[in-house]
Design a protein around this ligand. Structure first.
Ligand code: ZN
Length: 207
């Protein structure tokens, strides 16, 4: 018997989410079908909003609402990047905008941030270009940076990315440090509590 084409399309779309296989996608789709229509439409509206109303900060790369950008300034910079009193000599590199919020709220770090578009993963076709290394180089070339803090995850991909960026900094005469202490191997920052992050950040070592 043939299943609804629209339902199949939804299941296929759900499998593009991280960690969601065919079975889980089917369960989610059937659950949505059983929910009341308003709830499902609300989810649809939220998905539509994030694609049309949210952009990346042109400097650090974190997410911000387009409506807020207009209110702050015309160049699309976030509050962190235009905040006065931050230390321009320090830049912290993360693999996700979520990690910026975690670090900024868990530590007393007052430098700037740079968000890569994920980590290097050659098997998935993600090389330096895909994760935004060119943007990072452009930022480093502007000068004024004395310390770069590598805050990518301790997964294999996170370590590879950290190593790659460290190599990249050689020509800029920048001190490079890596957060390490307290972060479990193969750990993703997003799953850790703020005390662990704070400790790891403060105990970073020079590479
Ligand atoms: Zn920013």
């Amino acid at each position: 018997m043939k299943q609804s084409k629209y339902l199949n399309d939804l299941i296929d779309a759900l499998t593009t989410l991280p960690g969601v296989g065919k079975k889980s996608a089917q369960r989610m789709a059937y659950k949505l079908m059983r929910s009341n229509k308003e709830k499902t439409l609300n989810l649809s509206e939220k998905l539509s909003n994030v694609t049309s109303q949210v952009a990346n900060c042109s400097i650090c790369g974190i997410y911000l609402d387009l409506s807020d950008t207009v209110m702050q300034n015309d160049s699309g910079d976030c509050q962190l990047c235009i905040e006065e009193g931050r230390d321009v000599s320090k830049i912290c590199v993360t693999e996700s905008p979520a990690d910026v919020y975690t670090i900024d709220s868990s530590t007393n770090y007052k430098g700037y941030y740079f968000v890569l578009d994920g980590n290097l993963s050659p098997l998935d076709g993600r090389g330096p270009v895909e994760i935004g290394i060119k943007r990072l180089e452009a930022r480093l070339e502007k000068g004024n940076i004395a310390e770069l803090i590598l805050a990518t995850s301790t997964t294999i991909e996170g370590e590879a990315t950290s190593h790659y960026v460290q190599q990249l900094t050689h020509k800029y005469n920048i001190k490079v440090s890596r957060i390490a202490f307290g972060i479990p191997l193969n750990g993703e920052l997003g799953y850790l509590d703020s005390d662990t992050i704070s400790h790891a950040f403060n105990e970073r070592k020079v590479l």
